[in-house]
Design a protein around this ligand. Sequence first.
Ligand code: SIN
Length: 244
Amino acid sequence: MLLFRGQSLIPDDLIAFSRRLGGLDLAPIQETGRRFVDGMPELYVVSNVMVNGEPIGSLGAGEAVWHTDMSYLPEPPKASLLYALEIPPSGGDTSFVNMYTAFDTLPEDLKARCIGLKVKHDGTYNSGGYVRQGVIPTDDPRQSPGHLHPLVCTHPESGRRMLYLGRRRNAYIDGLDLAESEALLDAIWAHACQPQFCWTNQWRVGDLVMWDNRCTMHRRDPFDNSARRVMHRTQVKGAAPPAA
Ligand code: SIN
């Protein structure tokens, strides 16, 4: 991931810069079923701000749990860019975890168990815990909508192997019974998100953070909902589905 400080980007600038990395994916649809910005379907607004009783963005002011953006799709974005327009005086920091290191440092027995497995990436809840538009919520990971991807993927450019986890909630390892899947996922997740594999950005207005969405996960700390936080995100299309 890369951090560019001191930027001044209107949405058109962010979209134009992001397009230099490839075609852009449409932003996930708001919980209300609307897109955030008329005429700019690529722009995802992450914000707790309300205008006329309606949120102007997603994810509120709570924690956004560890995730890879849009991994519930068959071809998730390869990169995301997040730009800070307004930040709260404290909280709302965003952490990133290195999924190459998470894989490389797995105990050998756990590593061997992971190879060849596929994991369901749930499409019911977003990382703020909100139900996605048009989805009937269920907490049975075998029934929930989503997409299977290999648990251990090879990065198409670096050739390195990494864990590809998506989100913990409603994740399910295909073919295992539920209790076995839960136990294995708990062990892998406990290993993957250790602080020594992570880096945290304490946002400043004008920060642009760009990350490889294939070999990282990220999460956001909660913050005081009476403060304003406004971020703009774009997502760059992947060239191919995640592959073993
Ligand atoms: C995101 O998950 O893309 C948003 C993270 C944040 O709000 O910092």
